[in-house]
Design a protein around this ligand. Structure first.
Ligand SMILES: Cc1ncc(COP(=O)(O)O)c(C=O)c1O
Length: 459
């Protein structure tokens, strides 16, 4: 199309009001939430960019599917529809429905993990790492070297470092590798896509050493967009065909269906290996539910089956990727350091570089997330040393490799004027940059501390 305005490829049928709070109110809200945006109430937020997970607006078709949901305990027709859809997409014979992605992770990594096992990924998502570590195993990230260069416009910065993969396998011994996990797109690595070439190389290494190759596929449709447009040889395939090609290489797929299935809840585990499927099914029944619903209702399964089709619509994917890039490119032009190129589901601001005066142990990302909320009512999440920092034996922080703030864009929820407002708020953030203060953690749980930790602002 010859027009540069990215129009939303849908009409709005139902609206949800937003309460327009004042700065003073937001300062109180944040204090009550112990300076942790996860502890805010949703009505206190004007634009919620905390996550793209489970926050999609469903289509009229999905709502119609909700009414059709078959709530039978066993053998529901809604399950048959979902199973057929996942089978068609992944090619895997064994499909296990779960209530969300981490339930599938707990089942798979709980079974494969344990002390002495090592898992290798382009970057483990936080719940993936937590489930692996909780089993007693070790999780190692090996993003490709281009991922370290924030300025490079290499289109597949989500790739895994293949040299490092072989090296790690030789160091730890193939028998001790629980699985190699390719996260597409690479959420914690900046939402960057993974090329088909890289997936093919990962698959070849896994075949060579007989290691299980797992695809963490919750944004596979968005990943397919990049392959079609930026990787030679894929121009003539549909987005769905590209996804199917990638799925065909994996032994197992873990999906949080709260992302690219355009639904508010759901997940699944898709497996090729019968004994592995049998072991995981036992765990599914103990912790999630019977095999034909897992942790889901019939209506959830209908919405998922429809969403998994809709997400590959070319008009939708074009709008999705281009509207996220619209926000990221505007921030970049304003001098806000962002991870570049802009990923599909979110814009990642490099808070460590933006707030150079705040060192990692004073959590620059958390500070930026707090400023965005106070100045504009925008909720975001820190992806840095709050989320991934560890302590050494002396209790000193071992910082994360990057101090990022993620602005995740819910699917089909906000319009261009909402995004223009976010850009305007960033104008204020840039103007007041030097005034930003560091933070201190006052209370934290042992796992996934970013969800519930309490903070205070340093003077
Ligand atoms: C890459 C990735 N894997 C796994 C998960 C976990 O999924 P869930 O939140 O549905 O448990 C997420 C959630 O954001 C994710 O982004």
């Amino acid at each position: 199309m010859p027009f540069k305005t990215i129009i939303e490829p849908f009409r709005i049928k139902s609206v949800e009001p937003i309460y327009m709070s004042t700065i003073e109110e937001r300062m109180d809200y944040l204090k009550e939430a112990h300076y942790n945006p996860f502890l805010l109430r949703s009505h206190q937020v004007i634009i919620d960019l905390l996550t793209d997970s489970g926050t999609s607006a469903m289509s009229s078709e999905q709502w119609a599917g909700i009414m059709r949901g078959d709530e039978s305990y066993a053998g529901a027709s809604s399950w048959e529809r979902l199973e057929h859809e996942i089978h068609d997409l992944t090619g895997c014979p064994y499909i296990l429905p779960t209530h969300q992605g981490r339930a599938a992770e707990r089942i798979l990594y709980g079974h494969l993990g344990g002390k002495g096992k090592v898992f290798i990924s382009n970057t483990h998502f936080d719940t993936t790492r937590a489930n692996i570590e909780f089993s007693g195993a070790e999780a190692i990230d090996i993003p490709c070297h281009q991922a370290k260069d924030n300025e490079s416009d290499f289109p597949f910065k989500g790739n895994m470092d293949i040299g490092a993969l072989e090296q790690l396998i030789l160091t730890h011994g193939a028998a001790n590798i629980g699985a190699v996990i390719l996260t597409v797109t690479n959420n914690s690595g900046g939402g960057q896509p993974v090329s088909m070439e890289n997936a093919t190389e990962v698959c070849a290494v896994c075949l060579k050493y007989r290691i299980l190759f797992v695809l963490d596929c919750c944004r596979i449709a968005e990943n397919s967009y990049y392959i079609k447009h930026f990787e030679k040889g894929y121009e003539h395939y549909t987005y769905r065909e590209i996804a199917q090609q990638m799925f065909a290489m994996a032994d197992a797929c873990v999906m949080s269906a709260k992302k690219d299935a355009l639904a508010n809840m759901g997940g699944f585990l898709a497996l090729r290996n019968e004994p592995l499927a049998a072991a995981c099914t036992n765990l599914l029944i103990i912790t999630e539910g019977f095999v034909t619903y897992g942790g889901l209702t019939g209506r959830d399964m209908e919405a998922l089956a429809i969403g998994l089709r809709e997400v590959f619509d070319p008009g939708y994917l074009n709008y999705r990727i281009k509207s996220t890039a619209y926000l990221g490119n505007h921030l970049k032009e304003m001098g806000v350091p962002v991870i570049y190129p802009i990923g599909g589901h979110a814009v990642y601001v490099n808070a460590g570089e933006f707030y150079k005066h705040i060192p990692a142990h004073k959590y620059p990302g958390q500070s930026l997330a707090c400023s965005l909320f106070v100045l504009g009512g925008i909720r975001t999440v820190e992806i840095g040393s709050v989320m991934f920092g560890k302590y050494d034996d002396q209790g000193k922080l071992i910082p994360a490799t990057k101090e990022l703030v993620r602005l995740a864009i819910p699917r089909r929820v906000y319009t261009q004027s909402h995004i223009d407002y976010v850009i305007e708020v960033f104008g204020l953030i840039v103007a007041e940059k030097e005034k930003a203060k560091g933070m201190r953690i006052t209370k934290e749980p042992p796992f996934l501390r970013h969800f519930t930790a309490h903070f205070e602002m340093l003077e």
